[in-house]
Ligand binder design. Structure first.
Ligand SMILES: CC(C)(COP(=O)(O)OP(=O)(O)OC[C@H]1O[C@@H](n2cnc3c(N)ncnc32)[C@H](O)[C@@H]1OP(=O)(O)O)[C@@H](O)C(=O)NCCC(=O)NCCS
Length: 152
């Protein structure tokens, strides 16, 4: 880990694997993030995304246990930091910041020069985290979306 290694030397960051799926889903739920196992977070979708974003889906691991996750993606033009979560008992120890830094570095190593994240305005922890690692809020946007089905 980067600056947080002084806080949690036992934590390491590694690429996610298909067998991490259940733990990652459980972590999102523990973190209050929705999980969509019948949609964009189904096992098949996760496997496709892992293959497409090789080295950008990352987990933080304490011994054998996954304690944090971040999914990086890009469309060749812009990079995205998605689905960041840290297990409640491991927060405020630099794990989230280390995951964002690692994902950002992997995206930039892939030639992506702008990396962005969508953060709900009522999530002060996540807003503060992104600001702490150098991200700045841009102009307010309205997020439009269209689902293929209600669980997508
Ligand atoms: C947001 C989240 C990932 C932060 O993870 P974390 O490992 O606790 O974050 P870090 O310890 O790396 O924090 C880095 C910095 O971010 C800021 N920060 C993090 N959590 C904060 C909080 N609850 N309140 C205020 N600032 C906070 C601080 O500046 C912190 O540095 P400091 O501890 O030296 O003051 C974690 O709270 C979480 O999993 N929340 C639920 C899921 C979620 O909301 N994900 C984001 C979706 S966009």
């Amino acid at each position: 880990m980067t600056s947080s290694s002084r806080k949690l030397p036992e934590i390491s960051i590694r690429p996610a694997r298909i067998e991490d799926y259940d733990e990652i889903l459980a972590m999102w739920r523990a973190g209050g993030l929705s999980a969509r196992p019948a949609g964009r977070e189904s096992p098949a979708a996760f496997a496709r995304q892992l293959a497409a974003f090789d080295g950008l889906y990352l987990v933080a691991v304490d011994a054998a246990r996954i304690v944090g996750v971040v999914l990086g993606s890009h469309d060749l033009r812009k990079g995205w930091i998605n689905r960041l979560a840290v297990l409640p008992g491991y927060r405020r120890r630099g794990v989230g910041a280390a995951l964002v830094r690692a994902c950002d570095a992997a995206l930039r190593a892939a030639g992506i020069e702008i990396v962005a994240a969508l953060v709900e305005t009522d999530n002060p922890a996540s807003c503060a985290l992104f600001e702490s690692v150098g991200y700045r809020a841009d102009v307010p946007v309205r997020y439009y979306r269209k689902l293929s089905h209600p669980q997508a």
